[in-house]
Design a protein around this ligand. Structure first.
Ligand code: HEM
Length: 415
């Protein structure tokens, strides 16, 4: 059990683990490093201040407890003008739904609505058509040699799904996807100045795009979600500019939230499928295991490895003294391999059907989880049913990130 005072040696030791996480080897397989972190206890001091939480139970409790808040606009202002938190992209993201605290969060979340069963059924038909079109291309490519599944499918399906749902012109999809890749750095653990500058530029273009979209939908309202959000916000907010701004933040964040995370899930899931021949046979015989396979992918290597919170007041966390405003990083990727929670945590077991924190927990539980699951389950079942049995040609490489995983390629060929 750690003592309540904070030995600086603890922070230095964790710093050396983190520098290993940043190497290509650490990016490709961070789990041995997470295991070392976990060996120091469920909580350890972060090298830069604040804490890293690697125990599943501790992460779960923090997500569900009101004493832990999002780093909102006011918290970012308190960090000072020379920090990363004052970057324009950071200020912009702090006004989107996942960065809001109560009571504002409740108001905005209610205005967003949810993916109920009827909506999911409607979107499901469209997703099946998109998946079949994309798999036709993969089929043709692999019959001629090999194909990059990440580029052909994982990058395309989420943008086509959300783009279609929001009613965005397909000509814009590829640019929006690029901007999403650039803005993510402002949400990363420790962005460099040049990465932050890329996020700032991307965010400015996204702002102009989505404010333009809101204006256009005001002129020509329809039955799409953006028009619905305008109606909701006109009823909530008498100031038209403020209402437009609120709708802009909703549309912006839904796009950002829906793209990279889902692409990573689709690629990681397909990687698990093709790297081990028995898994394809299992799903071919037992298609009912498809949902469990998706959940096990989300546990074994979730798209988001880190979720951050700040302490609302001074408290003790696993014996450590935490001050109000200190940040804790919930290392969800590590928590999902916590041996106190999962037996044989490193083993990918498609029959496990685990509960996990990939979609967070508590009041910020992912709004788009039903949509992400729909895309993943449709893709997995159609892949096994339709494509020739595939194998991995080479190990994929990962983007240099810690919090937001991204596979840069997934090269497959007929087995
Ligand atoms: C595999 C895919 C996805 C993963 C892993 C994922 C993960 C997450 C996580 C971890 C959070 C909470 C962050 C926090 O607690 O601070 C979150 C929130 C959110 N996600 Fe997702 N997401 C995915 C797909 C989607 C999709 C497809 C959409 C939209 C259609 C979406 C919309 C949202 C929204 C709006 C929030 C904010 C909820 C709130 O703060 O109340 N996500 N997501």
């Amino acid at each position: 059990m750690p003592s309540v005072t904070l030995p600086s040696t603890d922070r230095r030791a964790t710093a050396s683990l983190f520098s290993r996480l940043r190497t290509p080897k650490g990016q490709a397989d961070p789990f041995p490093i997470y295991a070392e972190l976990q060996g120091r206890g469920a909580v350890s001091p972060a090298p830069w201040g604040g804490f890293l939480v690697t125990g599943f139970r501790a992460c779960d409790q923090i997500l569900r407890n009101n004493n832990w808040l999002e780093p909102d606009t006011r918290w970012r202002e308190r960090q000072g003008g020379s920090t990363r938190w004052s970057a324009p992209s950071s200020r912009e993201i702090s006004r989107t739904l996942p960065a809001l605290n109560r009571p504002e969060h409740t108001r905005v979340r209610r205005s967003a609505g949810s993916f109920d069963r009827t909506t999911i059924e409607l979107i499901g038909r469209r997703v099946s058509r998109i998946v079949d079109g994309l798999l036709d291309i993969v089929d043709e490519r692999v019959r001629a040699g090999e194909a990059d599944f990440a580029a052909l499918v994982s990058e395309e399906l989420p943008v086509a799904t959300i783009g279609d749902w929001l009613g965005l012109p397909s000509a814009d999809w590829s640019r929006l996807r690029e901007l999403t890749h650039d803005q993510v750095f402002t949400q990363e653990l420790h962005p460099t100045a040049s990465q932050l500058a890329r996020s700032d530029t991307a965010m400015a273009e996204l702002r102009a795009y989505f404010l333009g979209l809101v204006r256009e939908r005001r002129l020509r309202p329809g039955e799409d979600p953006v028009s619905r959000w305008i109606r909701n916000w006109d009823a909530l907010e008498p100031d038209r500019d403020k209402a437009d701004e609120a709708v802009y933040f909703l549309a912006l964040f839904v796009l950002l939230a829906a793209l990279e995370t889902t692409s990573t899930l689709l690629s990681t899931m397909t990687l698990r499928l093709v790297e081990e021949p028995g898994r394809w046979s299992l799903l071919a015989e037992r298609p009912d295991l498809v949902p469990a396979f998706v959940e096990e992918t989300l546990r074994h290597d979730p798209p988001t490895h880190v979720i951050s919170r700040i302490a609302a007041q001074d408290c003790l966390l696993d014996g450590y003294e935490v001050r109000a405003d200190d940040m804790v990083h919930l290392m969800v990727g590590a928590a999902h391999r916590d041996p106190d929670r999962f037996s044989d945590p490193d083993v990918f077991d498609p029959r496990r059907a685990p509960t996990h924190l990939a979609f967070s927990g508590g009041i910020h539980y992912c709004l788009g989880a039903p949509l992400a699951r729909l895309e993943a389950q449709t893709l997995l079942s159609r892949t096994v049913a339709r494509l020739p049995r595939l194998t991995l040609v080479r190990r994929p490489s990962h983007a240099p990130r810690i919090a937001f995983r991204r596979l840069l390629n997934l090269d497959v060929a007929p087995a």
